[in-house]
Design a protein around this ligand. Sequence first.
Ligand SMILES: [Ca+2]
Ligand SMILES: [Ca+2]
Length: 447
Amino acid sequence: MFRGPNGSGVAHEKNLPVEFGPEKNLVWKTPLPPGHSSPVLVGNRIYLTGFEGEKLFTFALDRETGKIQWRREAPRARKQKLHQSNSPASSSIATDGRNSYAFFTDFGIISYGPDGEERWRHALGYFNNPFGQGASPVLSGNTLLMACDQESGSYFIALDKDTGKTKWRVERPDYTRGFSTPILWKPKDGPQQALLAGSYRLTGYEVETGKEVWFVRGLTWQLKPTPVMDADHIYVLGWAGEADPGQQEVIPNYEEVLKTLDANKDGKLTKAELADPKLEKQWESLDLDTDGFMDSRDWAMYQAKRSVVNGVNAFRLGGSGDMTGKNTLWRYSKSLPNVPSPLLYEGVLYLVKDGGILTTLDPKTGNMLKQARLPAAPGPYFSSPVGADGKVYTLSEEGKLTVLKAGGEWEILSTNTIDEGCYGTPAIADGKIYVRSGSALYCFAKN
Ligand SMILES: [Ca+2]
Ligand SMILES: [Ca+2]
């Protein structure tokens, strides 16, 4: 799946190259159309998605040679609006070791067998998300999970991986747009859970039934990164505009506001009734269900959005019901990444953000261990860091792949130049590093 087993970004590999690029330690390079999905490796295959003009594709490559074994066009039911940093092929493939499962904002989910034969398709959407969807599908046993958070009508759905039929669907009316991929957790004394970070809270659902077991509050809105875990804790990163410490506002309750602003007394507010230039400007992100009114849900979400604080939040895992009080451990709020997920590797938490600022934290306390720039790798970051072989790998949008000696007091070992347009997260396996740029997939290994 996205970022390897359980989205952790950690591989148990040795003897990886430190210096590599199109001219060095290159095993193969395969030109590919653009797409932000990350390479997903299984058996002798690598799965990716991409788009060419208006067409959406799933690709299967041979792991040894990089040769494209097959490509299949997915149906495109519509062409949704996307954020400029998103793409129509952003979700990474999930695989059960044999079959692949691709999600596209403009269609839903489609499953292929090992030779590219279509097994089933399950249309989802339209999604009420002005940025387009970003989460990737996740497999747990026979269940394929897909988080579909959006401005209104959010839900979490589970499909039978062999038939594509719905096993359960849980509505999430209290969540607005979200892009985080769920991760799996097996409590000692209970059935397997999927942990899903959304706006304002992280929720543990039973994979088999969709039953909500526990949740913690305290997250910011529009979650993008995927959380990481150790045996007893989960670390949830969220950054959103106007939610750094000190930027919060106390917004009065809807009933109060109606008393003064609801000129025609119909119990809801129009843009004109708001009579506030700042709110009028943000109208599109306030009228979440786009019905032309700011109603009680829209207002409650606005209140929530203006009250939350960005951070890496550490929580204990588990329990039942609202575990915010019991499970909350610490929050760190400085120099947070926007899109890249955190990495927990060998007892250190890594964050990489735009500008090439790398921060390490002690996961036990949230104390910062080191924060410094990667001077040769500035610019935006979308790709998530990965760890293997005692090293940490970060990849900037401009294609600077920095190799660090892992540790709280990390050191830069090398900065490699791939090529530009890097959004996907590198994959590491078999002593090789697989890196997707805007135009190709590269495989590097020590010669
Ligand atoms: Ca009104
Ligand atoms: Ca509305």
